[in-house]
Design a protein around this ligand. Structure first.
Ligand code: KIV
Length: 252
């Protein structure tokens, strides 16, 4: 399969024949090796690494140094895939630090793009500048795990009119700022569908219904490795149990 780039990713939205974009998270070299041999379109080194690999309570604890280690490992394992790395909490709090930290993460890991959460005037400026200097940016709105404390927990977004209008405006502004795609996390399915129709860049949904231009899942949830998986995921295996059984068999 030909490696995607920002142009071919955008084209998938406009081609009615094209398959929806499929993105999975990945955090290590060996899993990246496996994904590299599949038809997967995009890999996300999500800051969900904090929850599923490092055992943190929230993604707020993930540092830039950690994102560099995991992103570089994944990129080494999946040279033929378009890899997106998350900018972690606090690393893009100010314009200057955002530009410096983004260059550092992008250059040291060799990933193809970065993702940041939230839509506000400061983020639009950051996205515009990063895009200008050659760093593609994926946006992320709706449920934003880095803002779990200010958003007041994890829940569905876009249920109320005010919220709905705000999310639509944010998606349009992120597109105008230069994002090549936007993650819609836990956004009401009907609203995710509307946003997808309103913007010209692909939307990649997670817990946001089936009408986005693509879907992203945390690989550990998909493979049944996490005990508290989100309701919207149908695991394809129960690797937690499989590993347990294999190790127990070895221990006999
Ligand atoms: O960190 C992550 O895994 C993510 C996805 C849930 C989109 O941001």
């Amino acid at each position: 399969m030909k490696k995607l780039n920002t142009r071919s990713i955008r084209k998938r939205k406009t081609n009615p024949e094209a398959k929806k974009l499929q993105m999975l998270t990945c955090y290590d070299f060996q899993t990246a090796n496996v994904l590299n041999t599949t038809e997967l379109d995009l890999i996300l080194v999500g800051d969900s690494v904090g929850n599923v690999v490092l055992g943190y309570d929230t993604t707020v604890e993930v540092s830039l140094a950690e994102m560099k280690i995991f992103s570089a490992a994944v990129k080494r394992g999946a040279p033929d895939k378009f890899v997106v790395a998350d900018l972690p909490f606090g690393s893009y709090a100010t314009y200057t630090s955002a530009i410096e930290n983004s260059i550092s993460l992008f250059q040291s890991t060799k990933v193809e793009a970065l993702k940041l959460e939230g839509a506000n005037e400061e983020n639009y400026k950051i996205i515009k500048r990063l895009t200008e200097i050659g760093i593609p940016v994926m946006g992320h709105i709706g449920l934003m795990p880095q803002s779990v404390h200010s958003q007041g927990g994890y829940y569905k977004h876009g249920k109320h009119l005010e919220d709905k209008i705000r999310l639509q405006k944010e998606a349009l502004e992120l597109e105008a700022a230069g994002c090549f795609a936007i993650v819609l996390e836990c956004v009401e399915a009907s609203l995710a569908k509307e946003i997808t129709a309103q913007i010209n860049i692909p939307t990649i949904g997670i817990g946001s219904g089936v009408d986005c231009d693509g879907q992203v899942l945390v690989i550990n949830d998909l493979l049944g490795m996490t005990e508290n998986k989100p309701k919207f995921v149908t695991p394809v295996a129960n690797l937690f149990q499989v590993k347990k059984e294999l190790i127990s068999k070895y221990l006999q």
